[in-house]
Design a binder for this molecule. Structure first.
Ligand code: XMP
Length: 506
């Protein structure tokens, strides 16, 4: 495997994804919490950082213990750190070095650049630049404005690069990472979904033995894949609980329950609609709704779990981005990102947690899901928020409003599917606004609700853009909604990006 040492760059996770895409396993660890070097670690990548190596107290580490023993690739800050530590000079850049640049003077004999092309486009993002290299460090690439864009240490597989090979704007970045990981570190590219599945099922069998596991399913990708893996390991000792909170999409509870049964999972479907509606009655504040839903879910889940005798474990669909410890950019104290799934075990449920997906990124989870032959209606589905339609109904929640929104949403989503647009969109849905407007239907004046449609493109939900759905499509969907859904006489399309808006309206 490859060890990625994190200095707090926003791109560190991307480096890990790119390495995984090469079917090579890697892990991210904070620079100040490095695990022991075991024989299976074949190389080290040092990440970038928002800090400057020139600043007092900026992230630092003892590299002597690795240099010459393991291949090292320093990216941006990582490259600057090595240059500075061993006697070079790092100074603020005189010109801004952000965005595209082209590699000139590429040392084609370097194993790092095998099969790269002269003039290759790379992505720069740095405020400091390396002015002088230490003795024994040789320049292996420049750009028109950056003399030391890459270097190699003589007699060692130690490299530094000033650009970011992990971003897609570095057009041959993946080849460069492949050269480092496969040619230089000699990693075999055998970390595939099938290998992951075999290893994980073996580990689960060892850990769980004859113990019983309970797990909440949401209909989403992560919990479905996690449950399927656990089920392959321990069969009927896994009991799943799927709660109908009355805030799901139209017919979703029944359809997803069917899919789960098709997978052989032992699923208890719980109709708790009334409990959730009662808990939500009169609450308009978005965070108030989230809290009421969270509380009710725990109550319902706990009641079901306590019916299973002798259960020892709680299965969870936690994935890698939720558990990576990220270096704080505000100082060396290295805070840990907290996430609702991590350690999210309510105190009163004295169960141990089992999380078979906690080393995977979302795309890895999907690949594993496909290799497990989980149906595409689960694997390919858009993300859907835990509080469901409650945060797409602005204002308080009533069963009637939920039903209206379910009808609108179903027409929109089915429309996307029928027009081959569903997979073009990262997430889509409809929002019921607390607004009424005047319309005319036949000879009648109407005074009815407005709905907004939202469809966004995104990679991880952190940033998003609205999707330019065809006007004809929007026109047809709007017409269908107004004709078919009682109480709605106006449809608008949300054309805000995130930031400054968010994906959900609440
Ligand atoms: P925002 O609205 O913050 O949403 O741009 C980003 C992504 O997160 C989902 N989301 C939630 N998911 N519980 C969840 O499980 C929540 O309370 C919640 N709020 C937003 C949203 O659907 C989008 O995918």
């Amino acid at each position: 495997q490859i060890l990625i040492l994190d200095f707090g760059s926003q791109y560190t996770q991307l480096i890990a994804r790119r390495v995984r895409e090469l079917n090579v396993y890697c892990e991210i660890h904070p620079f100040n919490k490095i695990p022991p070097i075991t024989p299976d670690i074949k190389g080290i990548i040092l990440s970038g950082s928002p800090c400057s190596v020139r600043d007092e107290g900026s992230p630092d580490l003892d590299l002597d213990q690795y240099r010459g023993k393991l291949p090292i690739l320093g990216v941006c800050y990582g490259a600057q750190l090595m240059a500075q530590k061993y006697g070079g000079n790092v100074a603020p850049s005189e010109i801004r070095e952000y965005g595209r640049a082209n590699l000139s003077h590429l040392d084609m004999h370097s194993a790092l650049f095998k099969e790269l092309t002269h003039g290759s486009q790379v992505w720069m993002s740095h405020g400091d630049t390396i002015k002088e290299l230490p003795v024994g460090f040789d320049i292996i690439a420049s750009t028109p404005s950056v003399r030391i864009a890459a270097y190699k240490v003589e007699g060692e597989d130690t490299f530094g690069i000033q650009f970011h090979p992990e971003v897609t704007h570095s057009l041959e970045g993946k080849n460069l990472l492949r050269n480092f990981v496969v040619q230089i570190c000699d990693c075999s590219q055998d970390w595939t979904s099938d290998v992951f599945i075999d290893i994980t099922i073996d580990e689960l069998k060892q850990t769980l033995g004859d113990d019983k596991v309970v797990m909440g399913l949401s209909g989403g990708v992560d919990s479905s894949v996690a449950a399927t893996l656990i089920h392959r390991a321990i069969g009927e000792n896994l009991t799943c609980v799927f709660v109908d909170n009355g805030l799901l999409r139209k017919s979703e509870f029944e359809e997803v329950l069917e899919s789960y049964k098709g997978l052989g999972l032992n699923v208890i479907g719980v109709d708790a609609k009334a409990k959730f509606y009662a808990a939500l009655a009169g609450i308009s504040d978005p965070e108030g709704k989230r809290k009421a839903i969270g509380r009710t879910f725990i109550e319902v889940f706990d009641e079901e779990a306590s019916k299973i005798t002798g259960v020892k474990w709680l299965g969870q669909g936690t994935i890698y981005p939720d558990v990576i410890e990220s270096v704080s950019v505000n100082g060396p104290s290295a805070t840990i990102k907290s996430h609702h799934n991590v350690g999210g075990l309510p105190d009163f449920m004295k169960l141990k947690v089992v999380e078979p997906l906690k080393t995977l990124f979302k795309d890895g989870v999907r690949e594993v899901g496909r290799a497990l032959e989980i149906p595409e209606n689960i694997i390919g589905r858009h993300p859907f928020p835990g509080p469901g339609l409650a945060i797409r109904i602005l204002g308080d929640i009533t069963p009637e409003k939920v039903q209206t929104l379910q009808e609108v949403d179903a027409i929109f989503i089915q429309g996307l599917r029928d027009h081959g647009l569903y997979d073009e969109v990262w997430q889509a849905g409809a929002i019921l606004l607390p607004v009424q407007s005047v319309g005319v239907m036949g000879d009648e004046r109407t005074y009815e609700r407005v709905v907004a449609l939202r469809a966004v493109s995104s990679v991880d939900g952190m940033t998003a853009d609205w999707v330019h759905l065809p006007y004809e499509f929007l026109g047809k969907v709007s017409n269908d909604i107004i004709n078919k859904v009682k109480g709605v006489n106006r449809v608008v399309y949300d054309i805000s990006s995130k930031p400054p808006a968010t994906i959900e309206w609440e």
